[in-house]
Design a protein around this ligand. Structure first.
Ligand code: ATP
Length: 228
């Protein structure tokens, strides 16, 4: 059995310090590298504000000096919409049927899983690592039951009770477990970064400084471009 591979999908529009905190904590807690997987054209949400090349450029800047975080651009190379099930099927083919594979998501994203394409297949293709994310009031859910209470009934029926506590268990089987990733709550969101830029708020502390410089230099998200 190979090493556990963790993939962290998202729009990264833009990548922010909350993403990095989650990815770094996953490396530490699960003793595995994390591969960030930007989506080309997410089918279940509005299109990204900036194009894929810019989102990738920001990810490359954010991942400099992060030896255990990697960039996986497979969804941008594939034609058509980015379906996670296609990426997981591709990864399964590459890694083999017995390799442990995990998809990392925030609590909010997992709660919407039953809107994803062919969602019932997803748990059979990978483990799911669910990162703590504060709700809109900044509150953190303490117990697994509080997390499951945010899921629709069909997701509870399909995925409920698959939790494991020991991170080592994700290394021992190829797929099928749910694991929590707890970390000090991170307030950042890409929506928040975009809204703060639009509203003239303080956004720069929410992204790595090289990403902030890139956003300013290219005038992304409506920021006033740097004068040279
Ligand atoms: P948006 O605000 O545009 O919805 P986002 O900040 O949620 O964006 P995405 O690129 O959609 O960023 O997120 C990729 C993944 O990272 C998702 O699984 C999301 O739940 C998770 N994530 C993003 N921000 C945080 C955070 N602050 N804490 C925990 N998980 C997060």
């Amino acid at each position: 059995m190979g090493a556990l591979r963790i993939v962290f999908g998202g729009t990264f529009d833009p990548v922010h310090n909350g993403h990095l905190a989650v990815a770094r904590e996953a490396v530490r807690h699960f003793h595995a590298d994390v591969h960030l997987l930007p989506a080309a054209d997410p089918p279940h949400r509005p299109p990204p504000r900036v194009d894929a090349a810019q989102r990738v450029a920001m990810l490359e800047l954010a991942l400099r000096g992060e030896p255990r975080l990697h960039l996986d651009t497979r969804e941008l190379r594939r034609a058509g919409p980015s379906y996670s099930v296609d990426s997981l099927l591709e990864l399964r083919r590459e890694l083999g049927p017995n390799a442990p594979l995990a998809w990392l998501v925030g609590e909010d994203a997992f709660a919407g899983l039953s809107r994803w394409h062919r969602w019932r297949e997803l748990l059979g293709l990978a483990h799911w690592i669910i990162a703590q994310r504060p709700d809109t009031k900044g509150q953190v859910r303490e117990h697994v039951a509080d997390i499951e209470a945010t899921w629709p009934a069909e997701l509870r029926a399909h995925a409920g009770g698959h939790w494991v506590e020991d991170p080592g268990q994700l290394h021992q089987t190829p797929s099928g477990h749910l694991a929590r990733l707890q970390l000090p709550p991170r307030p950042e969101s890409a929506t928040g970064v975009r809204e703060r830029i639009a509203g003239g708020g303080d956004w720069q502390q929410w992204v790595p400084s090289a990403v902030a410089a890139h956003i300013r230099r290219h005038g992304l998200y409506g920021v006033a471009a740097d004068r040279q």
